[in-house]
Design a protein. Sequence first.
Length: 479
Amino acid sequence: MTSVTPISPQTLGRLKSAAGIGGWSEDTAEIAPLVAEWRGKYQGRTPLLLKPDSVEAIAAVVRICAETRTAIVPQGGNTGLVGGQTPSAQGDEILLSLRRLNRVRNVDALGNTMTLDAGVILADAQTAANDADRLFPLSLASEGSATIGGLISTNAGGTGVLAYGNTRELALGLEVVLPDGRVWHGLSGLRKDNTGYDLKQFFIGAEGTLGIVTAATLKLFARPAAIETAFAAVPTVQAAVELLSFAQTHGGTVTAFELIPRIGLDFVLRHVPGTRDPLGAAHPWYVLIDISLKAGEATGVAADLLVEAANKRLILDGVVAQSEAQARALWKLRDEVSGAQKPEGGSIKHDVSVPLSAIPAFIERAGAAVAKLVPGARPVPFGHIGDGNIHFNISQPTGVDTQTFLARWYEVSRAVHDIVVHDFNGSISAEHGVGQMKVDEIAHYKSSEAIDTMRAIKQALDPLNIMNPGKVVRVRPPV
Ligand SMILES: Cc1cc2nc3c(=O)[nH]c(=O)nc-3n(C[C@H](O)[C@H](O)[C@H](O)COP(=O)(O)OP(=O)(O)OC[C@H]3O[C@@H](n4cnc5c(N)ncnc54)[C@H](O)[C@@H]3O)c2cc1C
């Protein structure tokens, strides 16, 4: 439930003027794809899309929203997976797209920082860093659409977390339009600053519930001299965990370590044109490994790793990419796992983390619980095993009605999340956030002390509850 009244024509008129020429749209064809979520799980409505291209215009919009108690849903690339960027179905919230605020403000190669507007797409941010002979290590399958503001607001993870950390670790400073329309200029590139509360941390991972991120100063790194990519079959998940531990002491830096189950590979080979199994025979599990090498470090580390791992019986077979094209083809097998589930029917998805050493036991226990609830359901556990983060997706049994299967989402998720939290002290949202999908689920699992503290922060920063209401944590509407 939101704290807002329906938006009056007068307020809509004022918002349009504040957003400026080209800064708004009521065109239903333009709005339609922005109020539908990528997986089709959430469908919203809005009377007005705002798409201002300056911080001043955004601040003016937010001031009007505060004055009129109009709820705002910020949106970047609309690739979020928990419905955080989707307005309510009542049509009583405005959608604020940051996509036109998309300048690269500054790249400081010597200082290893870059400052970007919130609407810059991740792939363009990577290119900007690359052009300055630096690496911006954040990387995920949605990088062609996801924006800096969305990545900051979801504290996105991705495949580089193992070596470089989550987005939180990559952010040095932020610029934020606060819920009263003032602008907090926190674009510091400082790596040390102990002058009280670290305010940027409130907005990172807040999913637009505390303010609108308009720009960020981000960390850059030296580009590796080479990246060696290996694809290996492992007999068990336990072997995959042990292989990671071995690889981390073997040479170079392990910058990605991803798990793929055979069923996931089968789905990709069946549904994604141009893919092929790089190993001849079928194996139960696979890992995809990136090893980064600094200038001067000897090459051939990945090949040597596979030989030694085979001697230790940690792998059954493996290949090392011999070209960038081959590396891309191997990564495609990993990146397409989620998408390739779609043609297999309904899928109940979980984005969880447990301690790395507990992953084998978690996958086994959760798989058994799901099999008991829905015989024939097909778990496809994959993802960032190096971070203890598994996307525990479950494809429907073959031949059953999709809606009947999806109707059991809550029941199945409760069983999986109970195991995550109660058996392994894990997290029910490792990287995708809370949005509207998990707002009640985190209230169930988090302590009252944690939820009360979250609520207190929300009420202190956004007392009118106009910033993305109903997402992350519920608060009572103001009287
Ligand atoms: C194929 C695919 C693969 C993915 N892989 C990963 C992965 O590996 N790791 C991972 O972490 N995520 C992954 N995601 C999820 C998604 O890409 C990330 O959550 C991403 O950070 C969202 O960015 P966006 O710009 O699309 O944000 P949106 O989807 O537009 O918004 C996400 C949230 O941030 C808020 N928001 C957006 N911009 C702002 C802003 N400027 N100020 C304040 N709030 C804002 C929105 O209100 C919403 O709550 C994947 C998604 C897809 C479709």
